[in-house]
Design a protein. Structure first.
Length: 241
């Protein structure tokens, strides 16, 4: 792909401005009401525009800082005004800013014929679809399968009520995604470290358990989760190779 370095510079400018140059006073000021809040939004957007302009180094390309400045203010004001602080709001905000960067790069610098051919090649790649399906399976499908599998062994003392809501679900998502990544990238030994780390964190709870059923229940769920991720990764590797 041509000019990919310029896209990486644009994305780097976003990371620098949004995470390293967005100080606490600026972050708090953006949430103030009225013109004062808009002023802080403008300062933050100006930092983004300046970072992009300097890193890209196209001194005649004023369209880059101008578009970034305007779109950043619009996106941030929309987020502050209509969306509460949450993981979903954060991800939507970041994706919107990244989409602007990619759009600018595509319109100004990309060799669109080559880029479209590259994207078309990915869309027609069996490897891409196999990996995509694998990661999708690590989320809700695997969670439902494991829930149905261990349902008959669920302790009657309400173990779920003792933990944070949905924490177990997200732990399962993350561990299966990590395991699948380790297998696909050929770093299978890292799965052992993940299992050891999880065992260490859970040792205190399981060691204090009054019934052996709780220990067996946790072990059963963990092994089922690991097995699904490992088998899916092995199947994908067999297809790829």
């Amino acid at each position: 792909m041509t000019n990919i370095l310029l896209l990486l510079k644009l994305l780097s400018s976003h990371v620098i401005a949004d995470f390293f140059l967005q100080f606490d006073w600026l972050c708090k000021g953006k949430r103030e009401e009225g013109m004062r809040g808009i002023a802080f939004q403008a300062i933050h957007a100006l930092i983004h525009a300046a970072c992009a302009y300097v890193l890209v180094g196209d001194w005649c390309g004023w369209i880059i800082p101008l578009v970034i400045f305007i779109t950043h203010i619009i996106i941030d004001i929309t987020k502050v005004k209509w969306f509460p602080t949450s993981t979903i709001a954060f991800l939507i905000d970041q994706l919107a800013h990244i989409a602007v960067m990619i759009g600018l790069w595509w319109a100004l610098y990309a060799d669109q014929g080559i880029e479209l051919a590259w994207l078309s090649g990915i869309a027609q790649s069996g490897t891409f679809w196999a990996i995509l399906i694998g990661y999708m399976l690590m989320l809700k499908p695997s969670s439902l399968l494991i829930s149905m599998f261990i349902k008959g062994w669920t302790p009657s003392n309400g173990m779920q009520a003792q933990g944070m809501p949905n924490a177990g679900k997200w732990i399962g998502y993350i561990e299966r995604v990590l395991i699948l990544t380790f297998v696909i990238t050929g770093n299978i030994e890292a799965v052992g470290f993940l299992l050891a780390a999880k065992s260490i964190f859970r040792f205190g709870d399981l060691n204090k358990a009054r019934e052996i059923k709780i220990t067996e229940y946790v072990l059963l769920g963990t092994l089922a989760s690991f097995s699904i991720a490992l088998l899916t990764g092995f199947a994908i590797n067999m297809y790829i190779h």
